[in-house]
Design a binder for this molecule. Structure first.
Ligand code: GDP
Ligand code: IMO
Ligand code: MG
Length: 431
């Protein structure tokens, strides 16, 4: 059995956690391939709600093995804390969670540098989650990073940490005039992680490739969203990794030829947390209503999410670069109660009208979207689990998205819980 990749098609928070959790019912391995504790993936089952930041969203299915791949940047404090809370809920984690020996670590100095850099940017700040993601990836690519495997050798860790902290202190003090960090204090804290993390550490690429050879089915869980991709997103207002499909191969060490399904998770409207261009943003009472009904507050930072209409220019672009085989439309229930719904179809700027997503942020900041208006619906559709029970206008809205993107819809989410989902079989058969 091959690999299915689940990818956010917008700016994150599309409901990836819910869909991965749901798909985990029929899957053996769930693997996170990029990002870090900047992610907040919400899982709701029974009367419980849990937000996962690093551990893959299959963990609440006892038969699923979870993998944190080499492409993820791991905050050892955050991952051990998350493991502990999952165990407290009564789930086994040891023996079911594997962490790549090659994954890079997030250290306190990464967060400190990020904070200093964001402050220095003033109004140009990215609005990061403050989890040290960018600076950790910088060290990885500068070939000065510290990896999970280094935690297992105290002498190596001491040496590498001393070198890194001295360098970062010089930057903190010299460039930003910020407070320096205490080398001994950090070493003392992090040498303790050898025994804590050891039971989870393995060569996850080898584990996954062997599992694939044996016919196991792997679900690769993306974090963030395609428009936050460091190459394809709204740079510089992006994250520092590749949430897009290629990231699954480099972030897990699996061959691209194993991937046979790429599910695009599409929220039925748009949201964005942090700064950066957002062409279909609604800074009025409609946007306020979406935020209120959709409970659009960050799962990691609690920040209010910016809200707006669905943007087909952006979605055509992310569908193109990821090669979505099918779509999961989430939060359709949040759109109830609007007389009409708008969908962005083109961007206009200067005297041009385009259906292409502009590559530069300067253009994106000044485009004005052209909209198509579709009829809305009043009915409460929370929890609807059969397509034919949806109001006609909701079915038409879905049909329009699928037709415009030329991709079939395989799942429609009508609430945060597992059961609040319409599974379309076969994918695309919206009748
Ligand atoms: P992720 O980062 O993509 O996993 O998404 P988040 O967990 O950050 O944000 C999605 C939010 O919407 C969470 O609070 C989910 O519980 C919730 N959610 C997911 N699907 C639905 C849905 O279909 N309807 C509603 N009303 N809420 C949903
Ligand atoms: P999930 O996986 C939404 C945003 C931040 C900021 C930018 C860079 O839950 O969908 P970073 O801390 O990564 O350097 O911040 O990216 N961001 C997210 N927005 N959902 C996420 O993850 C995000 N992870 C990062 O708000 O704009
Ligand atoms: Mg989230």
């Amino acid at each position: 059995m091959p690999v299915t990749v689940v990818i956010g098609s917008q700016w994150g928070d599309e409901g990836k956690g819910k869909i991965v959790d749901l798909l985990s019912e029929d899957i053996e391995i769930v693997a996170r391939y990029q990002g870090g504790a900047n992610a907040g993936h919400t899982i709701c089952w029974g009367d419980k709600t849990f937000v996962l930041h690093l551990v893959p969203s299959g963990i609440f299915h006892q038969g699923v093995t979870c993998v944190i791949g080499n492409g993820v940047v791991i905050d050892p404090v955050a991952v051990m804390e998350e493991i502990r809370t999952i165990q407290e809920l009564g789930y086994d984690v040891e023996g079911r969670l594997f962490i790549s020996h090659n994954a890079h670590l997030i250290m306190p100095y990464h967060k400190r540098i990020e904070q200093a850099r964001e402050q220095a940017r003033n109004s140009g700040a990215i609005g990061t989650t403050g989890r040290g993601i960018g600076p950790s990836y910088v060290d990885k690519f500068a070939r000065t990073g510290i990896r999970v495997v280094d935690l297992l050798d105290r002498d190596v860790l001491r040496k590498k940490l001393t070198h890194s902290i001295e360098e970062k202190n010089a930057i903190l003090k010299g460039v930003y005039g910020a407070e320096e960090l205490d080398v001994d204090e950090i070493i003392e804290e992090y040498v303790e992680f050898d025994r804590l993390i050891d039971p989870y550490v393995t060569n996850t690429s080898e584990y996954l490739c062997k599992a694939l050879k044996k016919g196991k089915h792997v679900l690769a869980e993306g974090a963030q969203g395609s428009l936050l991709d460091v190459d394809f997103g709204t740079y510089p207002y992006v994250t520092s990794s590749h949430p897009t499909a290629g990231g699954a191969c480099t972030g897990l060490g699996i061959p691209p030829t194993e991937i046979n399904r790429v599910i695009g998770i599409v929220k039925a409207y748009s949201t964005r947390v942090g700064n950066g261009p957002f062409p279909t943003e609604l800074e009025d009472e409609v946007g306020e209503q979406l935020r209120k009904v959709g409970q659009e507050f960050g799962a990691t930072t609690g920040r209010p999410r910016r809200c707006g209409w669905l943007d087909l220019v952006a979605l055509r672009y992310t569908s193109m670069i990821n090669g979505f085989t099918d779509l999961a439309i989430t939060k359709l229930d949040v759109l109830s109660g609007h007389e009409t719904l708008k969908v962005g179809t083109h961007y206009a700027y200067d005297d041009k009208v385009t259906t292409s997503f502009p590559a530069e942020v300067q253009t994106l900041e000044r485009v004005s979207p052209r909209y198509t208006t579709l009829p809305g619906w009043d009915e409460d559709i929370v929890g609807v689990s059969h397509f034919e029970e949806l109001p006609q206008a909701a079915r038409d809205y879905l049909g329009y998205i699928s037709h415009e993107l030329d991709v079939g819809i395989s799942m429609i989410s009508t609430g945060p819980k597992r059961s609040q989902t319409i599974v379309v079989e076969p994918a695309g058969a919206l009748t």
